[in-house]
Design a protein. Structure first.
Length: 281
Protein backbone atom coordinates (compact mmCIF):
# COMPACT_ATOMS: atom_id res chain seq x y z
CA UNK A 1 0.00 0.00 0.00
CA UNK A 2 1.21 3.51 -0.80
CA UNK A 3 0.82 7.03 0.56
CA UNK A 4 1.66 9.57 -2.13
CA UNK A 5 0.52 12.68 -0.27
CA UNK A 6 2.20 13.44 3.07
CA UNK A 7 3.53 16.51 4.86
CA UNK A 8 6.17 16.60 7.60
CA UNK A 9 7.52 19.52 9.61
CA UNK A 10 9.29 20.93 6.55
CA UNK A 11 5.75 22.06 5.56
CA UNK A 12 4.57 25.09 7.53
CA UNK A 13 1.30 23.34 8.40
CA UNK A 14 2.52 19.91 9.57
CA UNK A 15 4.21 18.19 12.52
CA UNK A 16 6.79 15.42 12.95
CA UNK A 17 10.18 14.89 11.39
CA UNK A 18 10.78 12.94 8.20
CA UNK A 19 12.21 10.09 10.31
CA UNK A 20 9.08 10.00 12.49
CA UNK A 21 6.83 9.87 9.41
CA UNK A 22 8.95 7.13 7.83
CA UNK A 23 8.95 5.03 11.00
CA UNK A 24 5.18 5.44 11.37
CA UNK A 25 4.68 4.40 7.73
CA UNK A 26 6.83 1.29 8.17
CA UNK A 27 5.04 0.41 11.43
CA UNK A 28 1.66 0.75 9.66
CA UNK A 29 2.81 -1.68 6.96
CA UNK A 30 3.10 0.77 4.06
CA UNK A 31 5.32 -0.25 1.14
CA UNK A 32 5.95 3.26 -0.08
CA UNK A 33 5.74 6.82 1.30
CA UNK A 34 6.17 9.95 -0.80
CA UNK A 35 6.56 13.25 1.06
CA UNK A 36 4.84 16.14 -0.72
CA UNK A 37 5.57 19.22 1.35
CA UNK A 38 4.16 22.55 0.26
CA UNK A 39 6.66 24.63 -1.66
CA UNK A 40 4.89 27.72 -0.31
CA UNK A 41 5.22 28.97 3.25
CA UNK A 42 2.50 30.13 5.57
CA UNK A 43 2.90 33.77 6.60
CA UNK A 44 1.96 34.93 10.13
CA UNK A 45 -1.15 36.62 8.68
CA UNK A 46 -2.45 33.27 7.44
CA UNK A 47 -1.67 33.89 3.75
CA UNK A 48 0.57 31.56 1.75
CA UNK A 49 3.51 32.93 -0.20
CA UNK A 50 6.29 31.48 -2.34
CA UNK A 51 9.99 32.27 -2.17
CA UNK A 52 11.78 30.10 -4.72
CA UNK A 53 15.21 30.27 -3.06
CA UNK A 54 13.76 29.36 0.34
CA UNK A 55 11.82 26.44 -1.17
CA UNK A 56 14.86 25.11 -3.04
CA UNK A 57 16.96 25.23 0.17
CA UNK A 58 14.29 23.64 2.34
CA UNK A 59 13.28 20.89 -0.10
CA UNK A 60 16.94 20.24 -0.88
CA UNK A 61 17.52 19.55 2.81
CA UNK A 62 14.54 17.16 2.75
CA UNK A 63 16.10 15.22 -0.15
CA UNK A 64 19.35 14.93 1.87
CA UNK A 65 17.47 13.87 5.00
CA UNK A 66 15.72 11.15 2.99
CA UNK A 67 19.09 9.57 2.13
CA UNK A 68 19.87 9.13 5.83
CA UNK A 69 16.30 8.06 6.65
CA UNK A 70 16.38 5.25 4.07
CA UNK A 71 19.40 3.81 5.93
CA UNK A 72 17.50 3.50 9.20
CA UNK A 73 14.06 2.53 7.79
CA UNK A 74 15.17 0.04 5.12
CA UNK A 75 11.81 -1.74 4.63
CA UNK A 76 10.11 1.37 3.27
CA UNK A 77 10.47 2.89 -0.19
CA UNK A 78 10.78 6.58 0.66
CA UNK A 79 10.37 9.25 -1.99
CA UNK A 80 10.48 13.02 -1.89
CA UNK A 81 8.11 15.12 -3.94
CA UNK A 82 6.33 18.43 -3.41
CA UNK A 83 2.89 20.01 -3.61
CA UNK A 84 2.71 23.06 -5.87
CA UNK A 85 -0.07 25.61 -5.45
CA UNK A 86 -1.14 26.82 -8.89
CA UNK A 87 -1.46 30.56 -9.17
CA UNK A 88 -0.68 32.19 -12.52
CA UNK A 89 1.65 34.74 -10.90
CA UNK A 90 3.66 31.94 -9.25
CA UNK A 91 4.24 29.77 -12.33
CA UNK A 92 7.77 31.01 -13.02
CA UNK A 93 8.83 30.38 -9.43
CA UNK A 94 7.20 26.93 -9.40
CA UNK A 95 8.97 25.97 -12.62
CA UNK A 96 12.33 27.15 -11.24
CA UNK A 97 11.82 25.14 -8.04
CA UNK A 98 10.85 22.01 -10.00
CA UNK A 99 13.82 22.37 -12.36
CA UNK A 100 16.31 22.93 -9.51
CA UNK A 101 15.64 19.79 -7.47
CA UNK A 102 15.72 16.03 -8.17
CA UNK A 103 12.18 15.49 -6.89
CA UNK A 104 10.35 12.21 -7.44
CA UNK A 105 6.84 13.59 -7.78
CA UNK A 106 4.86 16.82 -8.07
CA UNK A 107 1.28 17.39 -7.03
CA UNK A 108 -0.59 20.33 -8.54
CA UNK A 109 -3.18 21.94 -6.25
CA UNK A 110 -5.80 24.65 -6.28
CA UNK A 111 -6.61 26.00 -2.82
CA UNK A 112 -7.46 29.59 -3.80
CA UNK A 113 -10.28 30.61 -6.17
CA UNK A 114 -10.84 34.27 -7.06
CA UNK A 115 -8.94 35.34 -3.94
CA UNK A 116 -10.83 33.02 -1.57
CA UNK A 117 -8.94 30.23 0.22
CA UNK A 118 -11.55 27.53 -0.33
CA UNK A 119 -9.68 25.01 1.82
CA UNK A 120 -10.24 26.86 5.08
CA UNK A 121 -9.33 30.53 4.89
CA UNK A 122 -11.08 32.98 7.22
CA UNK A 123 -13.40 33.98 4.35
CA UNK A 124 -14.17 30.47 3.16
CA UNK A 125 -17.94 30.59 3.70
CA UNK A 126 -18.18 33.96 1.89
CA UNK A 127 -17.10 32.23 -1.33
CA UNK A 128 -20.09 29.87 -1.20
CA UNK A 129 -22.68 32.17 0.37
CA UNK A 130 -23.32 34.31 -2.70
CA UNK A 131 -23.00 31.64 -5.36
CA UNK A 132 -25.02 28.66 -6.49
CA UNK A 133 -23.28 25.29 -6.13
CA UNK A 134 -22.93 25.07 -9.91
CA UNK A 135 -21.17 28.45 -10.07
CA UNK A 136 -18.98 27.94 -6.99
CA UNK A 137 -17.84 24.43 -7.93
CA UNK A 138 -17.79 25.17 -11.65
CA UNK A 139 -15.44 28.13 -11.11
CA UNK A 140 -13.11 25.95 -9.02
CA UNK A 141 -12.98 23.36 -11.82
CA UNK A 142 -12.21 26.16 -14.31
CA UNK A 143 -9.09 27.04 -12.29
CA UNK A 144 -8.12 23.36 -12.10
CA UNK A 145 -8.50 23.25 -15.90
CA UNK A 146 -6.16 26.26 -16.18
CA UNK A 147 -3.65 24.40 -14.01
CA UNK A 148 -3.93 21.28 -16.18
CA UNK A 149 -3.35 23.43 -19.29
CA UNK A 150 -0.16 24.70 -17.59
CA UNK A 151 0.83 21.11 -16.75
CA UNK A 152 4.03 21.68 -14.73
CA UNK A 153 3.36 18.77 -12.35
CA UNK A 154 2.41 15.05 -12.39
CA UNK A 155 -0.89 14.54 -10.57
CA UNK A 156 -3.87 16.78 -9.70
CA UNK A 157 -4.23 16.85 -5.90
CA UNK A 158 -7.63 16.50 -4.16
CA UNK A 159 -9.53 16.87 -7.45
CA UNK A 160 -12.83 18.07 -5.92
CA UNK A 161 -11.45 19.85 -2.84
CA UNK A 162 -14.07 22.57 -3.28
CA UNK A 163 -16.61 20.27 -1.64
CA UNK A 164 -14.65 20.29 1.65
CA UNK A 165 -16.20 23.57 2.81
CA UNK A 166 -18.90 23.79 0.14
CA UNK A 167 -20.45 20.90 2.07
CA UNK A 168 -21.26 23.34 4.91
CA UNK A 169 -23.36 25.49 2.59
CA UNK A 170 -24.87 22.97 0.18
CA UNK A 171 -24.63 19.58 1.92
CA UNK A 172 -23.40 16.46 0.08
CA UNK A 173 -22.47 16.98 -3.56
CA UNK A 174 -23.79 14.76 -6.36
CA UNK A 175 -21.11 15.00 -9.10
CA UNK A 176 -23.71 14.34 -11.80
CA UNK A 177 -24.75 18.02 -11.38
CA UNK A 178 -21.46 18.95 -13.08
CA UNK A 179 -20.84 15.76 -15.03
CA UNK A 180 -20.12 17.42 -18.39
CA UNK A 181 -17.42 19.89 -17.19
CA UNK A 182 -15.85 17.30 -14.88
CA UNK A 183 -15.65 14.71 -17.66
CA UNK A 184 -14.19 17.37 -19.99
CA UNK A 185 -11.57 18.22 -17.36
CA UNK A 186 -10.70 14.55 -16.90
CA UNK A 187 -10.25 14.30 -20.67
CA UNK A 188 -7.77 17.18 -20.48
CA UNK A 189 -5.93 15.40 -17.63
CA UNK A 190 -5.68 12.28 -19.81
CA UNK A 191 -4.59 14.21 -22.93
CA UNK A 192 -1.85 15.94 -20.88
CA UNK A 193 -0.54 12.60 -19.55
CA UNK A 194 -1.25 13.76 -16.01
CA UNK A 195 -2.95 11.78 -13.27
CA UNK A 196 -5.24 12.14 -10.31
CA UNK A 197 -5.02 10.95 -6.73
CA UNK A 198 -7.50 9.44 -4.33
CA UNK A 199 -6.98 11.73 -1.34
CA UNK A 200 -8.33 10.02 1.76
CA UNK A 201 -8.21 13.06 4.07
CA UNK A 202 -11.84 13.75 3.15
CA UNK A 203 -12.95 10.73 5.18
CA UNK A 204 -12.07 12.73 8.31
CA UNK A 205 -13.49 16.04 7.04
CA UNK A 206 -17.08 17.26 6.57
CA UNK A 207 -17.75 15.42 3.27
CA UNK A 208 -16.87 12.06 4.90
CA UNK A 209 -15.73 10.91 1.45
CA UNK A 210 -12.48 10.94 -0.49
CA UNK A 211 -11.33 13.63 -2.92
CA UNK A 212 -12.55 12.99 -5.52
CA UNK A 213 -15.88 11.25 -5.19
CA UNK A 214 -15.71 7.54 -6.20
CA UNK A 215 -17.81 8.16 -9.33
CA UNK A 216 -15.16 10.63 -10.55
CA UNK A 217 -12.50 7.94 -10.05
CA UNK A 218 -14.58 5.79 -12.42
CA UNK A 219 -15.02 8.64 -14.92
CA UNK A 220 -11.25 9.19 -14.84
CA UNK A 221 -10.64 5.60 -15.94
CA UNK A 222 -13.28 5.96 -18.67
CA UNK A 223 -11.58 9.20 -19.82
CA UNK A 224 -8.27 7.34 -20.24
CA UNK A 225 -6.42 8.91 -17.32
CA UNK A 226 -3.31 6.75 -17.02
CA UNK A 227 -2.02 7.57 -13.54
CA UNK A 228 -3.83 7.10 -10.25
CA UNK A 229 -2.14 7.46 -6.88
CA UNK A 230 -3.52 7.14 -3.35
CA UNK A 231 -2.56 9.60 -0.61
CA UNK A 232 -3.60 10.32 2.96
CA UNK A 233 -2.65 14.04 2.86
CA UNK A 234 -1.25 13.27 6.32
CA UNK A 235 0.10 16.18 8.36
CA UNK A 236 1.32 14.17 11.39
CA UNK A 237 2.98 10.75 11.77
CA UNK A 238 -0.07 9.11 13.36
CA UNK A 239 -2.09 9.97 10.23
CA UNK A 240 0.36 8.44 7.76
CA UNK A 241 -1.96 5.55 6.83
CA UNK A 242 -5.30 7.22 7.53
CA UNK A 243 -7.99 6.02 5.12
CA UNK A 244 -5.59 4.29 2.72
CA UNK A 245 -7.41 0.95 2.83
CA UNK A 246 -10.68 2.64 1.96
CA UNK A 247 -9.05 4.78 -0.72
CA UNK A 248 -7.39 1.75 -2.32
CA UNK A 249 -10.72 -0.08 -2.29
CA UNK A 250 -12.29 2.88 -4.14
CA UNK A 251 -9.67 2.47 -6.89
CA UNK A 252 -10.38 -1.25 -7.20
CA UNK A 253 -14.17 -0.75 -7.21
CA UNK A 254 -13.79 1.82 -10.03
CA UNK A 255 -12.03 -0.77 -12.16
CA UNK A 256 -8.39 0.22 -11.70
CA UNK A 257 -6.05 -2.79 -11.58
CA UNK A 258 -2.78 -0.97 -10.79
CA UNK A 259 -1.79 2.31 -9.17
CA UNK A 260 1.09 4.55 -10.19
CA UNK A 261 4.25 5.43 -8.31
CA UNK A 262 6.91 7.93 -9.37
CA UNK A 263 10.68 7.81 -9.36
CA UNK A 264 12.44 10.98 -10.51
CA UNK A 265 9.04 12.04 -11.94
CA UNK A 266 8.88 8.93 -14.12
CA UNK A 267 5.64 7.00 -13.59
CA UNK A 268 5.78 3.27 -12.95
CA UNK A 269 3.02 0.80 -12.08
CA UNK A 270 2.66 -0.30 -8.49
CA UNK A 271 0.55 -3.16 -7.25
CA UNK A 272 -2.95 -2.25 -6.13
CA UNK A 273 -2.62 -4.01 -2.80
CA UNK A 274 -5.64 -4.13 -0.54
CA UNK A 275 -3.66 -5.70 2.29
CA UNK A 276 -4.61 -4.14 5.62
CA UNK A 277 -2.63 -1.29 7.10
CA UNK A 278 -3.03 0.54 10.41
CA UNK A 279 -5.96 2.59 9.14
CA UNK A 280 -6.86 5.42 11.50
CA UNK A 281 -10.27 6.48 10.18
ZN1 LIG B 1 -3.47 20.53 -0.71
ZN1 LIG C 1 -1.34 18.41 0.93
Amino acid sequence: MINYHAHDDASSDAAGSLLEHARAAAAAGLDELCLTNHVEILRPDGEWTVDADEAIDRLGREIEAAVATREVVPGLTLRVGAELEYRPEWVQDLERIAASLPLDYLLGSVHVVDGHNISGGADVDAYFRDRSLERAYGRYFEIVAEMVAWGGFDVVAHFDLVKRFGHRTYGPWDPSTLEAPVRKLLGAVADSNLGIEINTSGYGQPPGAPYPDPIIVRWAREAGVACLTVGADSHAPHRVAAGLERGTAVAAAAGWTTLTGFDGRRPRPVELSESPVGDAW
